[in-house]
Write a protein that binds this ligand. Structure first.
Ligand SMILES: Nc1nc2c(c(=O)[nH]1)N[C@H]1C(S)=C(S)[C@@H](COP(=O)(O)O)O[C@H]1N2
Ligand SMILES: [Mo]
Length: 257
């Protein structure tokens, strides 16, 4: 039964009725074996609701040791945005890059790369899972998104953070990559705006100068080449209205692993 989620549903039904450690062991197994069908399922709301009940809001994604780091962290999707604005920024070592924080916040702001790097940073070694069927372990360093949100002060009406990227997804330059996460995910301690991979400046192929890390979700959520973060109460008016470039093309918005 490809794409059928009933096994997972039954499983979640069972675990919801039982207790802590057993649950987490089960979830780990689930994420190893059933994450791919889950991505293709239509039970997104049940899955997210169930996940929020089972797993504490701040549950951490697994972190690994330096010995686990993959020799090569491959690139997927865009590997070098054709956008001339991006090309000019890259040619100058991103000295003129500015990250904009906008939308439903008390204090809209703009940060240079140097300003982002001057903020307290976090490093984490995590596994990235792409729906195309590959995984890689890498060490990410960046500023926690929560730090920027604490400074910006989201208004009470803000529900999602939308990440706008530099890379056009069509030849005409009318569609750009974008993604969104809810505020629980945005404030999670492992949610980073990363500027370094494996102790080196983030390469262009992996999203320079800034890419999102959302470690409890799948690879397509982790927007590369981020140019603006906008706080919104809904994404129904943005592009295809589903909260992300791939979501507009049928992927689940909540891509929990
Ligand atoms: N801006 C942008 N972000 C993106 C993509 C993209 O094409 N453009 N691809 C996504 C997908 S499907 C994956 S698996 C990861 C790949 O990250 P990597 O290139 O560092 O491996 O980035 C995600 N973020
Ligand atoms: Mo992916």
């Amino acid at each position: 039964m490809p794409n059928d989620n009933s096994g997972r549903r039954r499983f979640l039904g069972r675990v919801l009725a039982t207790s802590g450690s057993l649950l987490l062991a089960g979830c780990d197994r689930l994420s190893q074996t059933e994450w791919f069908p889950n991505v293709l399922s239509s039970a997104e709301k049940l899955t997210q609701a169930a996940q929020k009940l089972i797993v504490p809001r701040n549950a951490m994604a697994q972190e690994f040791s330096p010995a686990d780091i993959s020799p090569e962290f491959r690139s997927n999707g865009t590997s070098n945005p054709s956008n001339p604005v991006y090309q000019a920024l890259a040619a100058n070592g991103f000295k003129d890059y500015q990250l904009r924080i906008s939308g439903l916040v008390e204090h809209p702001a703009v940060y240079s790369l140097a300003e982002l790097k001057a903020l307290p940073s976090r490093s984490q070694i995590t596994r990235h899972d792409c729906v195309e069927g590959w995984s890689a372990i890498g060490k990410w360093q960046g500023v926690q998104l929560s730090q920027l949100l604490q400074r910006a002060q989201p208004l009470a009406s803000a529900r999602y953070a939308v990440f706008y990227c530099f890379d056009p997804m069509d030849a005409q330059g009318t569609t750009y990559y974008y993604e969104s996460i809810d505020l629980d995910e945005a404030y999670h301690p492992q949610t980073l705006l990363a500027y370094a991979l494996n102790d080196a400046p983030l390469p262009v192929k992996n999203g320079a100068p800034i890419r999102l890390r959302v470690e409890r979700q799948l690879g397509y959520k982790m927007a590369k080449y981020v140019m603006e973060i906008k706080l919104v109460d809904s994404f129904s008016d943005i592009a295809g209205g589903k909260g992300g470039y791939w979501e507009d093309r049928g992927y689940e918005w909540f891509a929990g692993i």
